[in-house]
Design a protein around this ligand. Structure first.
Ligand code: SAM
Length: 262
């Protein structure tokens, strides 16, 4: 289950890649814009503001996220749906999926299909985290594989479920799209209060730790959290009241071929 409140911690840091992704989408007057895995909807509302003439739809598999999004009152239609079942419509000139496809194994097949089925001259823009080898995720996997945790959550944690930027470029170019792919490492400087929990632990609770939380009862979860917090404090020490948290992200913007004049 996704918790929109926990996910919105560090909202400014999380929205920056979305803005950087959108900056490379050149659509001027799209007929319809779809946000796949829209989460709590604030970023979908940005899409509606950017393209006031477009029909904007936000889809997400989490009913909690869609309830939050619908309550925004944004000029967008929000619906519970799984991106794996989504098919592009004939007016879907812009499709965005920000920080979602890392949760969808085999999403490269979806990307191929979407590129084939999108209308001519459409834009498909995705961003996924590329931090699965970062100390945060290594600490999580190592802890999950040790002692009492191994049998309970060891299988839940995935090795890098995403490609790198050249990998996505290859997949989408082979499917016939024109591709703009890149990666960026953001250096987040997270405030660290002396008596508070480690900020990287608080960050991970909103996303990567969700499957672990769901698999453990309360006492086990508190124990796991504390042990992970210790490892994160060693991997990301606070200096001058700040924790430096580098975060690599992978971006791909693909356009489908324009219709050629007969
Ligand atoms: C990290 S959040 C990103 C939310 C939003 N795109 C943003 O940038 O703030 C990931 C979202 O993907 C959604 N999600 C994960 N798997 C999905 C699937 N198969 N179909 C639809 N949504 C999915 C989750 O429910 C969650 O809201």
């Amino acid at each position: 289950m996704w918790d929109p409140t926990v996910y919105r911690r560090f909202g400014a840091e999380r929205s920056r890649p979305f803005a950087d992704l959108l900056a490379r989408v050149g659509a001027e007057t799209p007929r319809a814009v779809v946000d796949l895995g829209c989460g709590p909807g604030e970023l979908t509302a940005d899409l509606a503001r950017r393209w006031p003439g477009a029909r904007v739809t936000g889809l997400d598999s989490s009913p909690e996220m869609i309830t939050k999004a619908a309550a925004l009152g944004a000029r967008a239609d929000f619906r519970v749906a799984d991106v794996r079942a989504w098919r592009p419509g004939p007016d879907d000139d812009v499709v965005i999926s920000n920080a979602v496809l890392q949760w969808v194994p085999g999403h490269q097949d979806l990307l191929r299909r979407w590129v084939r089925e999108l209308p001519a001259g459409a834009w498909l823009a995705i961003q996924v985290p590329g931090n699965f080898d970062a100390p945060s995720h290594r600490a999580l996997r190592e802890l999950a594989a040790t002692g009492p945790w191994a049998g309970r959550i060891g299988d839940l944690l995935r090795e890098a479920p995403v490609d790198d930027a050249p990998g996505y470029a290859q997949v989408l170019t082979a499917a016939g799209a024109t591709v703009d792919a890149w990666e960026t490492t953001y250096v987040h400087l997270l405030p660290a209060e002396p008596a508070a929990e480690h900020p990287v632990l608080r960050w991970m609770e909103g996303t990567a730790l969700r499957p672990v939380r769901a698999a453990l009862d309360d006492p086990a979860w508190q124990e796991f959290r504390a042990a992970l917090g210790d490892r994160l404090a060693a991997a990301y020490p606070a200096r001058d009241g700040l924790v430096t948290f580098p975060f690599r992200r992978i971006f791909v913007v693909a356009t489908t071929p324009k219709e050629t004049a007969p």
